[in-house]
Design a protein around this ligand. Structure first.
Ligand code: SF4
Length: 253
């Protein structure tokens, strides 16, 4: 193992044995569905918009979405085609709101990067790997790390403050600052919700605090995971079995 990503850490936190099955043994329990296909396609459009490319957003979304659905079909993944087709008009009404929402939220800003790759050493053996959806710099000199999240109507307050959800931005901020040697006090973190079924405010930005204490906690979890993975300690977190695709399967009877 030469690197660890946030999603790998999240899976380890869910259940260390689940992490072993998926990352060490390479057994894929989840190959995607129409929702992940939608998320990938809309991310693609957001990336192009931020890069200032001259393109047709609707056409790009539809092509990418169809490609993602085709790849699910090729992988023999069952999905709801009718629901997937219903997502196209949802995307078409959401797409024009992306840039106005960005302008409304950040006012005066410049795009620093889109889909920026992080591969930053945690120690001499392992790197932290991630892709930051967007980095924006506002006129007060602050950097803002943004992660796009596609959702149906939005997130409730529990989800917005769930430490494991928000650690993604906390870790991105920490390693972004390391990579560029930027003072963490000059960096803020935000999620941008892309809402398929909302009637208004289809694109909502909200700030997530990623202060010192939270960074400490996120790094503590990261080091604990690395220590246990290295020692090949694959504990079974039985409290999560009811939510797990491996429950009562040959891989985890
Ligand atoms: S079924 Fe339970 S113990 Fe097995 S991998 Fe899933 S969560 Fe872990």
């Amino acid at each position: 193992m030469t690197h660890i990503s946030y999603s790998e850490l999240k899976n380890w936190e869910f259940c260390p044995f689940y992490h072993k099955l998926t990352y060490i043994d390479g057994i894929k329990s989840f190959k995607g569905n129409e929702y992940t296909a939608f998320g990938t396609a809309i991310h693609d459009v957001c990336e192009k918009k931020l890069l200032g490319e001259n393109f047709n957003a609707e056409e790009t979304f539809i092509k990418k979405f169809q490609k993602e659905l085709k790849s699910l079909e090729n992988d023999k993944v069952e999905f709801d085609l009718e629901r997937a087709m219903g997502m196209i008009p949802q995307a078409i009404s959401l797409l024009p709101e992306i840039e106005p929402a960005l302008e409304d939220y950040f006012k005066k800003y410049e795009i620093i990067s889109s889909e920026e790759k992080l591969m930053v050493p945690i120690n001499e053996n392992i790197d932290f790997k991630g892709y930051i959806d967007a980095v924006v710099k506002t006129s007060d000199g602050k950097y803002h790390i943004v992660d796009w999240k596609s959702t149906s109507w939005g997130w409730n307050s529990r989800r917005r403050t769930d430490p494991m959800v928000t650690y993604q931005l906390t870790l991105y901020k920490y390693f972004f600052c390391q990579k560029h040697n930027i003072d963490s006090r000059n960096v803020e973190t935000h999620f941008a919700l892309l809402k398929r079924t909302a009637d208004k405010n289809k694109v909502e930005f909200f700030r997530v605090s990623s202060g010192m204490k939270k960074t400490e906690n996120a790094l503590k979890l990261l080091h604990m995971a690395l220590y246990n993975i290295e020692k090949q300690r694959y504990l079974k977190k039985r409290s999560n079995c009811h939510k797990c695709a491996f429950n009562m399967t040959a891989e985890c009877p």
